[in-house]
Unconditional design. Sequence first.
Length: 501
Amino acid sequence: MLSAEKIGKKFSGIAALSDVSINLQPSSVTAIIGENGAGKSTLMKILSGVYTEYEGRILWKGNEVTFANPREAQRCGIAIIHQELNLIPDLSITENIFLGREITNSWNILDQEAMNLRTKEILDKLKLYVAPKTLIRDLKLGQQQIVEIAKALLYDSEVIIMDEPTSAISDSEVEVLFGIINDLRKENKSIVYISHKLDELFKIADHYIVLRDGKVTERGDMLGISHDDIIRKMVGREIKVMEKGTRQNGGEELLNVENLSLINRQNKNNLLLDNISFKLNSGEILGIFGLMGAGRTELLESILGLHDSDCKSNIHIKKKQVKLKSPIAAIKSGIVLVPEDRKKDGLFLGLDVMSNISMSVLKDLQQFGLITDKKEQKLAEKYIKTLQIKTSSSKLQVKNLSGGNQQKVVLSRYLATNPLILMLDEPTRGIDANAKNEIYKLIVSLAENGLGVIVVSSELPEILTLSDRILVMAEGKVTGIFNAAEVSEDAILKAAIPKTI
């Protein structure tokens, strides 16, 4: 159905892809696997018309084609669900889905009713029960991911590329998506599926293609290969996954949150966070687990001072009461947050790696009121080396890095402030197994050096691997605090399930 022959692509003289050839068949799901920076997203952007300059050629049903933009690829029958969301926050769900393909009536006036009706049909199919007129900015990240999927399903596309489509959605939403993929397969569609959640590939994929360092190294059928086989094919070597260890975390008390509550502006009788209290010690990793809508992200944001006018709490840092009215105040007090959505909240995509890392400590890099390039460069090189950020140069624009390396840049910026307390919201979202293992080791190392670390994650194995204690939330309340070495997955899930429906 779709073929790519000898595709090559360079950024700043560095080859992202070299001599890549693939064939996509109808009625099948092809998994593209590889580490962060292997070239997966770059290849998909070429196939979908995002990148228009490259070596090689693309064949659509045997005929060579070129796309000047994504719309031409969509008209041809190729749709892509990007890893990083491409939604306009101040437009509604309907307006985002129909942007550039609006329905008009006989007077050439927008037919809002028809578009809202069609939007509701697609959202119902995806089991996202929100009003089509809802603004994107009022949706959670996982809900925005569902809207991104809905955009692709609006087209009667024959090839649908899914780049990390489940990175921000719940397990129940994943099952809905898999059901849709199976339906599309029965309709003779070709699905390209990229995911670092390797277990998903065994459930949904028919074939696999391995990319390593911008080249195709292997391809074959999913039947008969194991989880370890996939990892070896991705990295070309064995990976020793970090095992749960025991750490001494009985250091001094760093953070004490008492009676934290957050008002829901849409319904002031319903609290988003209700009377939450917990402590964090030096050298400790506190995992926070809960289902979507439990209030995990809102809790971190409230501690950071993002919701000062709607939040009531008593917060002590090193047993001294503080009033954190803004993120700047929090950072000065030693609290930093690596946000869930790195593209929207964590990065300056048009700036280079060095500028993104140094952004939070510019005053420390000044001499006579001017930023010293030498100091800025030294800082960037320190974190590029320490966090093993894969980039050709500190001057490379951060938008050209893979998702995992972008995440490391965000983490570098906040580590540069020398914080006391590091809060991480979904720190390994969209990161491959090897890079995830590196992030785990880094988090543990930071804790061993005395930081207090709070980790929010939707992946229960991740929470169990990293945490010393686990705080479980449901419907804005703390429903359990457990010792990670003694608790079972069943006990955590039971605490995370809301008692009311």
